[in-house]
Design a protein around this ligand. Structure first.
Ligand code: ATP
Ligand code: MG
Length: 390
């Protein structure tokens, strides 16, 4: 059997401590898959015969992150380790989570509840791979196949529909024909929590193959949140693989600035995408001077978002002009004026006049960034606010 190494120290130590205490423990799931693929896992999963209370008693730093499902999380340098008691899932009546779980089952049963064969492998203490569903073969062939009947597995938990396309995007795997067929007959995704869908869409967007999001649209998986939107998502791959530009690009392609907010993405991204689409519709700045004013008014995230939108729609120019504008580190706020609020007070201004003067000076400097010097601004100030007796 194929052997792999090395396991990150904290993961090996976690399993060893559980075994010393008389339990069985195995790294499982995405960590094993990524290790076999030579990818660096972001987080690790350990499956164990120990009950959650026993895991908590063994690791003082552990947090009870999902006790009803048997999950306890250990913080570690190699990424958080989720330690989950071997479990079987009982009935799925709501299409998004099991009605209950029962502990006290074998490792093989625990692996059987997992979504895809490549996610259903464990590492034995001797380093060999425990692979009851042919995950290794699928990993080598680059094929995503469900554990069990895909139609049933997708209807149990609709998030698996998104996960299938997300893994295809991240790993560059092909969908097994049975998976593609089950996706084409996908049950409604309406029972799912927007936030979990948003997280899967974001992982897909930020992968090397973001165009797979187009497949989510084509299959109607996003209808509950976006209506029946469709788009050619190929242009997304040209944008930086980060949440803001990729969400912005998608929002432009479907002409819906509320997209990240609907899918419960963090406020900063949601606001920047909504404001970015407004800026795009209002007409993008055409030169560096106009971009400086837009940056001062709307902030860099909104401007970057709008430039990413233009690029997704086939116009690269705004992005280049915005980047060259930013590269010059222009003064965009009153805080960065060569004359501070304190300087203005020392020059005899007080109260609301200070704010007014800063606003005027900033407008001036946005037009002429090379003039952000004390002497130039003082001369300008003398003209704007002539002192008595001048
Ligand atoms: P990544 O962490 O890279 O996003 P992953 O495969 O590790 O991908 P996690 O969400 O961390 O995904 O889940 C860990 C493991 O738990 C999976 O590899 C899989 O075995 C199992 N799993 C997670 N979500 C589901 C699900 N919805 N249905 C069945 N099994 C699941
Ligand atoms: Mg994981």
């Amino acid at each position: 059997m194929r052997k792999i190494s090395p396991l990150p120290g904290p993961v090996a130590e976690c399993c060893a401590a559980l075994r010393r205490a008389g339990f069985s423990a195995y790294p499982v799931g995405g960590g094993v898959r990524d290790l076999l693929l030579g990818r660096i896992p972001q987080d690790w999963d350990v499956a164990t015969s120990a009950l959650p209370d026993q895991v908590l008693a063994l690791f003082p730093g552990a947090a009870p992150t999902g006790l009803p499902h048997g999950t306890v999380t250990l913080p570690a340098d190699s990424g958080p380790i989720e330690v989950t008691t071997f479990r079987r899932e009982m009935g799925y009546s709501d299409g998004r989570r099991p009605d209950g779980v029962s502990f006290g089952v074998s490792l093989e049963e625990d692996l059987a509840r997992r979504d895809f064969t490549v996610n259903a492998m464990a590492l034995a203490p001797d380093g060999s791979v425990i692979d009851p569903f042919g995950g290794l073969g699928d990993l080598e062939a680059g094929v995503l196949r469900c554990v069990g009947d895909p139609v049933q597995r997708f209807s149990e938990d609709r998030l698996r529909l998104f996960r299938a396309l997300r893994f295809a995007a991240q790993l560059g795997f092909a969908l097994d024909a049975s998976v593609a067929e089950a996706l084409a007959r996908a049950p409604s995704t309406a029972p799912l929590a927007a936030e979990r869908v948003g997280a899967e869409v974001e992982k897909t967007l930020c992968s090397p193959r973001p165009a797979w999001v187009g497949e989510m649209l084509r299959l109607g998986l996003l209808i509950p949140w976006l209506g029946d939107a469709r788009a050619d998502t190929a242009p997304l791959a040209a944008l930086p693989a980060q949440p803001l530009p990729r969400w912005a690009g998608l929002a432009a392609l479907v002409d819906n600035g509320a997209l990240p907010e609907k899918l419960r993405r963090p406020g900063a991204v949601s606001r920047a995408v909504a404001a970015g689409l407004d800026l795009l519709h209002a007409g993008l700045p055409e030169d560096e001077r106009q971009w400086r004013h837009a940056l001062a008014r709307h902030g860099p995230d909104c401007c970057r978002s709008a430039a990413s939108m233009a690029m997704a729609l086939g116009d690269e120019e705004p992005g280049h002009v915005l980047e060259s504008t930013l590269a010059a580190h222009p003064c965009l706020t009153a805080k960065n004026l060569a004359l501070s609020g304190g300087d203005l007070a020392a020059l005899g201004l007080s109260g609301p006049d200070i704010g007014k003067a800063q606003a005027r000076l900033l407008e001036y400097v946005l037009d002429r960034p090379e003039d952000n010097h004390q002497e130039v601004l003082r001369a300008l100030l003398d003209r704007l606010f002539p002192q008595d007796g001048d």
